[in-house]
Design a protein around this ligand. Structure first.
Ligand SMILES: [Zn+2]
Length: 375
């Protein structure tokens, strides 16, 4: 059913349209036109205004609906993000050994254009063939790679999906992400007191020393099977002869368990505050919840459909827990049960990124099988 040369051509076209995060206008316009030609109702939401970004007009998320043939049937949603990381401009795809690579100077952009290509191929098939189905909603998000900002600002009022699939994970079709952590960002400024390091060091309070003491007291790295913590950025100080009066620290915590997440985050925040107090400095600490967790039960309908569809294709269904967040976390947070699916992309976010043509085709077959299973 899947047209191999069509999906390969579409994929090659998509990766050659530049769309680094916050510069998605050209690809958004292309996709809006493609979806309209396939008979969908297409809408671009106002996320672009909320996110900002430097292209004009700023790009919103694309929401499109493919009207179903089964009145009353539940609505399914497929989602992929249209932005890429850098270096992602001027991608020149190269086909080698039945796989598609970049020319080595850029990423390829199979993250997440392999997901987009699968969705478009499925819409072609639905357009051409009599496959009974309910309404199918398509969401193409912007600014995923810079903090899931498209999904966070998505116009959820327009959606009525009962279940959703985000196509944005490595591992081949049949890989089903059902668990992903929630994440806090922690930012802190330690304010000490500047003084000449040689003439009057007793007048100073060394913010670097305070920050170091606080970080040395923290448990970081893997806290337990479900929880991780990191301090990833530290900056401050001006010269060796000045006692530094300011250090900025940035860190994060992640956990699938909300109570553990709160506990680890609070412990780190408290450690910074207490250490600063003890050493005569001041600490301004902030925490921000970046995204909610993703936790789907094996018995959830959205999971069962994905598992059944994988097996119908003779593939193993593997339920996976991951350490990273995706648009699936955000959609779940808004009450749409959402699994993240493996689409067989490899070495993403690197110039060695590639995807096999078999995986491109398999992704579209898998989505068709999910549709058949759900309806
Ligand atoms: Zn991605």
């Amino acid at each position: 059913m899947v047209n191999k040369s069509r999906i390969v051509e579409e994929f090659l076209r998509l990766v050659q349209i530049d769309s680094p995060s916050l510069h998605e206008r050209e690809l958004a316009d292309y996709l809006k036109q493609a979806l309209t030609q396939l008979g969908l109702n297409v809408y671009e939401d106002d996320a672009g205004k909320a996110i900002g970004g430097s292209c004009t007009p700023q790009t919103g998320n694309i929401i499109a609906t493919n009207r179903g043939t089964m009145p009353g049937a539940p609505t399914l949603l497929f989602c992929a993000h249209i932005d890429t990381v850098e270096p992602g401009r001027g991608v020149k795809p190269v086909i080698r050994d039945d796989a598609i690579y970049s020319d080595g100077s850029t990423i390829l952009g199979s993250d997440d254009k392999a997901g987009i290509a699968a969705i478009i191929e499925v819409l072609h098939i639905l357009h051409e063939q009599q496959v009974p189905h309910g309404d199918i909603e398509i969401v193409f998000t912007v600014a995923e790679e810079c903090g899931l900002r498209g999904a966070k600002n998505l116009d959820y009022k327009r959606l009525k999906a009962a279940a959703a699939y985000v196509l944005d994970c490595d591992g081949p079709a049949g890989t089903i992400i059902t668990r992903a952590p929630s994440q806090y960002r922690i930012t802190a400024s330690i304010i000490g007191k500047a003084a000449h390091a040689g003439i009057s060091p007793e007048d100073g309070i060394n913010a670097i020393q305070v920050a170091s003491a606080a970080i040395a007291r923290m448990k970081l790295g893997r806290i337990d099977a479900e929880t991780t913590a990191n301090i990833g950025v530290i900056s401050g100080g001006k010269a060796t002869n000045i006692i530094p009066d300011l250090v900025n620290i940035e860190g994060e915590t992640r956990s699938i368990d909300p109570a553990k997440l709160e506990k680890q985050t609070e412990t780190m925040v408290d450690t910074i505050r207490k250490t600063a107090l003890e050493m005569g400095a001041e600490a301004r600490v902030e925490k921000e919840l970046l995204y909610p967790r993703l936790k789907l039960d094996e018995s959830a309908q959205v999971v069962k459909w994905a598992v059944t569809a994988a097996r119908s294709l003779g593939r193993e269904a593997v339920l996976v827990s991951t350490g990273g967040g995706s648009d699936a976390n955000i959609l779940n947070g808004y009450g749409i049960p959402t699994a993240n699916l493996g689409i067989g992309m490899s070495k993403v976010h690197s110039t060695e990124e590639y995807i096999t043509i078999d995986n491109l085709v398999l992704n579209a077959r898998y989505l068709m099988e999910i549709i058949r299973t759900a309806y």
